[in-house]
Design a protein around this ligand. Sequence first.
Ligand code: ASP
Length: 705
Amino acid sequence: MIRVIIRTGVLLIFCGIQFFSYAKEGMWIPTLLQAVEGDMQAMGMHLSAEDIYSINEGSLKDAIVDFNGGCTAEMVSAEGLLLTNHHCGYGQIAFHSTVESDYLTDGFWAMTRADELPNSNLVATFIDRIVDVSEAIANADDPAITKAELVAAATDGNGLEGKVIAFDFGNSHYLITTKTYRDVRLVGAPPSAVGKFGGDTDNWVWPRHTGDFSMFRIYADAENEPADYSADNVPYRPKHHLPVDIGGVKEGDFTMVFGFPGRTEQYLTSDAVKYVVETLNPARIDMRDASLAVVNSARAQSAALRIAYADKQSSIANAWKKWIGQNSGLTELDAIGKKLELEAAFMERAAENGDVNAMQLIAQMQDANAERQPYMLARSLFIEWLFYGPDVLNYAWSFAALIENWESLAAAGELDGTIEALKSSTSDHFRQYDAVVDEALMAALVDPYLNHVGAEFVPEAMKDATGDPEIWAEKLYEKSIFDNQIEIESLLAKASQKSFAKLEKDPVFRLIKSLRSTYFEKVAAGYGSSSLRLDSLTGQYTKGLRMLFPERAFFPDANSTLRLTYGKVEGSAPYDGMNYLPFTTAKGVLQKYVPGDPDFDLPLDLVEALRAEEWGAYANSEGELPVCFTGSNHTTGGNSGSPTIDGDGHLVGINFDRSWESTMSDILFDGSRCRNIMVDIRYVLWITDVYAGAGHLVEEMDLVR
Ligand code: ASP
């Protein structure tokens, strides 16, 4: 008989299975860890809250990096070396790849500092301080002015940046000061057969055998301060870097994941969840089914297209698969029913308390949702066009200032700078662009878009696409200049006002202009005002939940700020008759190996190395090489690349995914099913040191056991 540990664990009964989980829902603000310090220590942490976040001393938080606003990374050496996911560095790895030097296929390892590859548009941000300013904002006559004053006072002359960020739908506010480094160079990446092993088939799935890691180095000026790329820059010296534990972890060990979770939506009401499941996700999935069909088939045609469209394919496929899983999970768990139950209980307690305002809240939120949903859908579909659709659209729009505002640019002395910037973005853009693929993408998105978007939001310039999208797209590209690098370059070289002015009539420019003006005129304002209304009601709802259910913990939704989540190394039993073990090993990589399969092929030297089983110091106590493990840490997108830290503050893994049965956790977390997936640090080190022969990078780290 298993002992029921109520204080730190929960007994979960699902499909008749009894499963003990230490899952702790919640992404904690690092300045508020005192509240859970005791619990964390009871679960195996040997540190104090102050060791994790300190304003006076270097602490764990100083090793945590916001990697380009969308992923997390961690410092692992005194000389600026950082670890993140392969999928977080994928854009940079793909950008540096060519058919001749194919780092996606072969991997990349800088054997000297001089080999490290600079990246434009890649930044690494550290948190300086997180200060609760809720009272000042609540008492402010004009919150916008108070926010600006707080930021100015905290950042004046010290090289920091700052922002006041609303948490919990405006119930609290924090001033967060940061320092952003702009010279971040690619140091190492395994072949995609390691870093993306399993491809879309294994993405969001356990058991997993992916070595999802890459390495970068932050460079700074001689004073250790941020600087633009320069050959004179030197490796950044972090206030703290994580010791790396080659002893790793085992089942039941305490773990915490420290990073920048992007977005959770735990407080959606039942009607909003229904809308996500029945309307929003199907629309987005349809759009991506269409774009993936185009991109996947293009990538199969040639090495050049495989490389050019690698990054785009990954970014389309990742959320596409998540939304599919999310819909199944929400349905299987009866999320709508569970939300309805909570809403009924809320109403009951509100009535018992005679809280008339609270009693009206759910109906008001439903009303606000109904107002917001058509805008939200139109906005999501606009995002699909602009960020996951044909690349020609945003590219054409980058010329808008030259086309429409030549004179004001000239008057401001900004003409040359704008033209120079476009010359360099043009060569970057066409490196990962193919006009035929782009045109096919344009045609493919028309039908799913028109099937889902409200008729009132269809841009004028798209109205004639309805008959035959392929012919429509063909005409656009035939008459546009924006898909032609040579013509664009000669235009930029001539730099004449007249020739740019003519582009006002370019059909692609007209299309993007029409898409944008429809969005800004018909969607943005309605979306903004209905979101404000909904946020304010949801803020009252979360306050009400905390007041009416004092026995339960309601954590603030993720908002891309630094959070800590903790749990244990553990497996799960998501379905009847199924039990997931928490570890995978190198054996499994070979078991999945299918020569020639795009998702499961392996380089022959890796097959040999795996078969040789020479794990050295990286073996576990059974003499095996651990590859990935799962834990009950509550994570989401943005936590990709986050360090998994053991009870002593040592790095034991890198978070990179969640299991299929967890994909709904952004909306409904379920401790029995939700597991985050991490690559074991021992696999990272073995690949780097033994397989790739880049032991000098491992030597830079502080290894402990
Ligand atoms: N693999 C995920 C992502 O890329 C990480 C997560 O959501 O758990 O967003």
